[in-house]
Each structure stands twice: as structure tokens, then as C-alpha cells.
Write a protein that binds this ligand. Sequence first.
Ligand code: FNR
Length: 368
Amino acid sequence: RMPILEQCYNLMDFEAVARQTMKKSAWAYYSSGADDEITMRENHNAFHKIWFRPRVLVDVEHVDTSTSMLGTHCDMPYYVTATALGKLGNPEGEVLLTRGAKKHNVIQMIPTLASCSFDEILDAAEGDQCQWLQLYVNKDRDVTKRIVQHAEKRGCKGLFITVDAPQLGRREKDMRSKFSDAGSNVQNTGGEDVDRSQGAARAISSFIDPSLSWKDIPWFQSITKMPILLKGVQCVEDVIRAIEVGVQGVVLSNHGGRQLDFARSGVEVLAEVMPVLRERGWQDRIEIYIDGGVRRATDIIKALCLGATGVGIGRPFLYAMSAYGLPGVDRAMQLLKDEMEMNMRLIGASNISDLNPTLLDARGLSIH
Ligand code: FNR
């Protein structure tokens, strides 16, 4: 028997329902990781190496979970990260995530390879709702320039260039499941024919330019005034380089374990990065985000204590949307909000700005 929505008590519950109810090929595309899926598993497990050192007798009658990301005020320190092909899971696609994000005043990152068109997703936003653009850089830079400038004109507030995918990873579950579903069409990249016999990931990989390098960053800075962030940075050396080239932020991410297997988890890399930045006094020169494996508010709190400005959450919202549509997305966000308030109270933090490294015992991470 399939649980009803009210029987989903945490984000993992949506995954269990999605696994049973989604089309096999759609499930395979969403749930797969690269190769042996060691990194995908580690994304989740890494959070289990961090423990709390709560403070007691702090007045936590009123707990405020709101914060600011790239200058935008939002009600929770997470954003809905970019995940391609939303219509594989639900015929309405990414606009459901837009509506859920609106209701909960959280930010949505729009993927280049969305199933809905950019304009549909932008049109679904209401009022001053904040959206960011995730960019796969096309070999044809005119195409890329058009996408970026259109997004800026339509009010996107951040440009996240994905830098961990010069070639898409090998997701074998996805490859085995022959990719031929309705909803698999990518709208934003112009009508090139793609080979769908190798799974969804292979089908869309032909749009990405593997020659992209640090030398290209000034070009992006010349075509947009949006803050630029690099999504998929994985070590402190590249964070320092990002600061030196003058981008506004990085996402420490391994693409949800879908790219390089044995890449470290974002939270592990965060623990490597922050002490070095603090030592140089550079911690305020850049905003650091992480994503991968965030399933509980405690995961979010751990990342913020270590120094992240916010975290991205991917699969859980896809699963909630696939299993229950908009009410699923709404409930997933409400559960996170409730978890966040409770756990901030229990850790002795009434504001996001109270979260700091002394609230953690992170000695279980290999770098701390
Ligand atoms: C992704 N991710 C991703 N990232 C990106 O930059 N461009 C993209 O098109 C996609 N597409 C995509 C599809 C699916 C189905 C998944 C699961 C992920 C990666 C995504 O932005 C993010 O890094 C991870 O999803 C975070 O991990 P969790 O929250 O899914 O564990």
C-alpha cells in the first residue's frame, strides 16, 4: 500500500514512494549516481560524521530560520538546486518547484536542461520571487550569451556555471533503462538530434563544452552583471582561484554523486576550505554553498555551522514532486521548516547568525 502524503514524515519517505510509483526510466535518471555510486552514498554518510555541541539555557522561544543569499532575503537557508528533466517525474515539470518555492519563500535555481522552457519557469514565478540560473556552457558561445542575457533581463539574480561536468558521468542504472519517455525533451538548447539509446544523461551531454576553462571567466563577467558562481568546485585551491578571478561564490558539490565517483562530499570539502579562508581573512570575499545528500535540517545546520551561506537540495524535491505533485513539494518544504525550527531550538540557536563552528564536533571528518 502506498502511503498517503500525510504519512511522509521526512524527506527520505518521498524517495521510498517515488521509487515505487515512478516510471522505471525516470526513477533511473533521478536516482542514479556515477559508476559504483560511492560518492553518492558518501554525500549522505559524511553528515553522520559530524556531531553537535549544543548550548543550553539560551532563549529560543522565537527561532528565526530566515537568511540572505546573494543579497536576497529568504525564509530558509537552502535553495532548490538545478535538476534537469523535471517532466520525467511529473508532466507539469519544474514549474511545480517554482510554486512550492514561492509558497515557502525559498530560492529556485533553474537548470539549463529543464523540461519546461525558461520562460515558462520564469513566468511561473510571482512578484519578486528569486530565481537563479544554472548554466551549462554551450560550444556555441552565442547560444550561451543569449541564455545568460535573457535570464538577466528577466530578473534572474545569480548565474551558476556548472564546472564539474566537462563530460557527463557514467550512470549505469540510467544507461540500462533506455531513455524514451515523454517529457524527456530538453527545451532550451535548440533542436539538435540526440541519441537516446544510452540513457538520459548521455542524450543531453552533447550540449556541453569540455574546453571551458578559467580563461573563460572574464568573458562571462563581461556579458552579465549577475553575480557569478561556480557550481561543482571540490578543493580549496580552486576556491582560492575563484576568489582571485573575482567570482561571487562557489558551490562545493559533486553533482549529487553523478559525475566523478570518489569525489569527496561537499561538507567534507567545506571543512577543508573554511579554515584556510579564515586564516587568510578571506571568508567574506565569497559566498560558499554546498550541495549533495542534504536530507535533514540537521544537515543544513551542520553546513552553516562550518561556514556555508546556504545549501542546495536536489533529489528530495524531485521525488516529492513525482510522487505527489505540488502538495508533495509543499509538504517536503514544510517538514524541513519544522525540522529546522526544532533543531535550532535544541542546539541553542535562535538565529542563523548564531550558527558557528563551536556548535559542532567535526573531528570525524578527515579534515576539520
Ligand atoms: C542534477 N544536478 C544537476 N546539476 C547541474 O548543474 N545541472 C543539471 O542539469 C543537473 N541535473 C540533475 C539532474 C538530477 C536528476 C539530479 C539528481 C541532479 C545536480 C544537482 O544540481 C545537485 O548538485 C545535486 O542534486 C545535489 O545532490 P542531492 O540533493 O540530489 O543529493
